[in-house]
Design a protein around this ligand. Structure first.
Ligand code: GUN
Length: 285
């Protein structure tokens, strides 16, 4: 017994991402350009290899050119910057990303700053990040933009809502908080130094977690009828899991994303859409 009357929603990121990919494919069919997406992968971090594979499959599905640049984890900063320069100049490539995390000895801030902002389909360059924060049109980071897209598709209101973002990474937490503030939500950003996470999550209308800590978000620390977005990713016993204790949280939540099939595919679809937008911007179509 769920104990409340409104219907439960499983926020199906897989289904929505397929719609987005099909829409990009249809729009491309009407044009004569073939957008090019490249990914620089340094080392063979297993999660990164899996993410890059998803991005490649999606790019090929919509008819993009896809290029993977594999570099060893021992690569020098100089060599990596030279690869970025090559992609910045490559006329067949309209968007590219450097898959994160990078090995510790590389300074990711310095590296991301060298990506040509018009080709920065991850939206991590300070120029795009800043424009996003100000609410100006730009290429937005794929995971936060994908999460907003999913919430909007299911008509979950944001304005005036108490939203708790768990995790303050540059990839998800920080840009997500900015996008939510721009939608007039009341946003709290919690992270591993937050003294009492439950104190925040108990009051939240929406909890969005991106930490990689399995079962961090539990039913007893949530408000009945809240919405829970799981952007976490960890392997437990060889199985992909998120941050949320799904089996129990689903009994008290109004809406929840599954893992897999929630935020992950939305990230990939948003990256593809960003690449389409970058190609349109560069080629004026
Ligand atoms: N690592 C985990 N998520 C992402 C992402 O969205 N972009 C990049 N470049 N690396 C990631």
């Amino acid at each position: 017994m769920r104990g409340f009357s409104f219907p439960f929603m499983l926020l199906d990121g897989k289904k929505l991402s397929e719609k987005i990919l099909n829409s990009v494919k249809r729009k491309l069919a009407a044009k004569k350009v073939k957008p090019g997406l490249a990914v620089i992968l340094v080392g063979q971090h297993p999660a990164s290899v899996a993410y890059v594979r998803q991005k490649k499959l999606a790019a090929e599905k919509v008819g993009f050119i896809f290029r993977e640049v594999n570099l060893p984890s021992s690569v020098s900063e100089r060599r990596l910057l030279a690869e970025i320069e090559k992609l910045n100049r490559d006329r067949k490539i309209h968007g590219f990303i450097v898959q994160l995390p990078l090995p510790d000895k590389l300074d990711s801030r310095k590296i991301l700053e060298r990506i040509e902002p018009r080709k920065d389909v991850d939206g991590f360059h300070p120029l795009n990040f800043g424009r996003g924060f100000l609410g100006l049109p730009t290429l937005l980071p794929a995971t936060p933009a994908g999460i907003l897209r999913l919430l909007d598709a299911y008509k979950i209101p944001l304005k005036g809502k108490n939203i708790v973002v768990v995790g303050h990474s540059n990839i998800v937490g920080k840009p997500l908080a900015a996008l939510l503030i721009n939608r007039d939500a009341t946003v709290s950003v919690c992270h591993k130094f937050t003294k009492d996470l439950a104190e925040f999550t108990k009051k939240a209308d929406i909890v969005i977690s991106a930490t990689g800590v399995a079962k961090l978000i539990r039913a007893k620390n949530l408000k009945r009828g809240c919405t829970v977005i799981d952007a976490g990713c960890a392997k437990v016993g060889g199985k992909l899991v998120g941050d949320v204790d799904f089996a129990n949280v689903k009994k008290i939540a109004r809406a929840i994303t599954p893992v897999p099939g929630g935020v992950g595919p939305m990230t990939v679809a948003t990256l593809i859409e960003n690449t389409y937008l970058a190609a349109r911007n560069i080629n004026n179509f």
